[in-house]
Ligand binder design. Sequence first.
Ligand code: SF4
Length: 463
Amino acid sequence: MGNVTFVSPDSRPKPGSKGTVRGTYFIQTWGCQMNEEDSEQMALYLRDMGFQPASSWRDAEVVLLNTCSVRRKPEDKALSFLGELVPIKEARPNMVIGVAGCMAQIKADYIRQRNPHVDFVIGTAQVSKIPEMVDAALHTKRFRKRMDLPERKGAVVTDIPQRNLERHSKLKAFVPIQYGCDKFCTFCIVPSTRGRERSRPTEHIVQEVRRLVELGTKEVTLLGQTVNSYGKNLAEGRVPFAQLLQLLSGIPGLERIRYTSPYPRDFKSDLIDVIRDVPQVVEYCHMPLQAGSDSELKRMKRLYTRESFRKIVQELRAKIPDIGITTDMIVGFPGETEEEFEETLDAMREFRFDGAYMFRYSPRPGTPAALEEQIPLQVGKDRLNKLIDVQTEIVMEINEAQIGKEFEVLVEGASPKDPGVLQGYSRCFRMMHFAGDADRYRGELVTVRATQAYKWGLSGEIV
Ligand code: SF4
């Protein structure tokens, strides 16, 4: 079992049943799915300590901020939230305030200096220390921090974060399979905030997914910064990502396997064959391109070219014609010329992605690109708007071409905006809306025929 934390279902207090309720908690999360997953782990640890979710952060006894550093905006939001907590902490000095996540990892001292009302700061690899930090804050008023980030020494990594496998029951769940990153793209702070690449032992992942399925999960999304390079540095020997997918597909009751985000250079034919051949692995891939020109990709230190990216997309579409492919793009990277930006627009038109997350470059202190001369703010904004316009048109064309087609959809429940409408995602990650009874269909796989196209996806009817 190694260092996985496995709490027997009978040995911990459950909200509303046996065990002492010690108070309430609120967790505010910014950033990526890895942070969302870390927040769920924090919630599990607090649940096991006897805390229940609070209806609002204003009433909570424990408030945790799980921060993001990938752009400046979420950092500003976290600092602003800490400011709002000042009067509440003054009125209720026993309230516990903890800061975690990527910003905590690289700015612990800054956070503490500006916010003396914070009780503790923990780094990204210290989530399992939540119980000890909360208990210490409740009993002493001394500030604490735990920032150790496992460094990889040699080829094999054994220092993998502990995880609580007694997770919440959910239809769809994230499962981290790899932490950190070895790629060091020049715009990215992640190798500093999450450390070097470490893969979780295969047996721990299989065990966690099995448990999730027992708890009712039908779809898992495997998480890693470069998820398809999973398997390097494992003590028991290399297990390629494609093989891990095959292993997981053997778990009875697991309907769908997703993963994010694969790194283009490591996307090989064996993975494409698994997507085509293994029914549980969905026909979808989110593969960040970031820029359309080779010169810019080189300055970003992305280890592929547009041509090598093109070969992967061509093989994916040749072997799996209905595959959905989405991407991430950055505009306004330092030194980006008008010609390079035109190449990015051209790449969008060429690849015709089914969706794209598009960003204006945000300099991250401590990364090489932040030291370069920055392009003017307005130029970056204008380029982002142009890119969004081009991509929106492409997505509308693609979605309109889906009308009349049938999609397998995992029903998640009623749309938050319209309780009379059900929603869920197709295998190729199209958001689908359709009429139906939530109590009858929630958690079911249904076939939906598309009747209308939108920017956000498709509406249709159950066949
Ligand atoms: S691959 Fe690049 S962008 Fe992705 S996490 Fe690693 S360094 Fe950051």
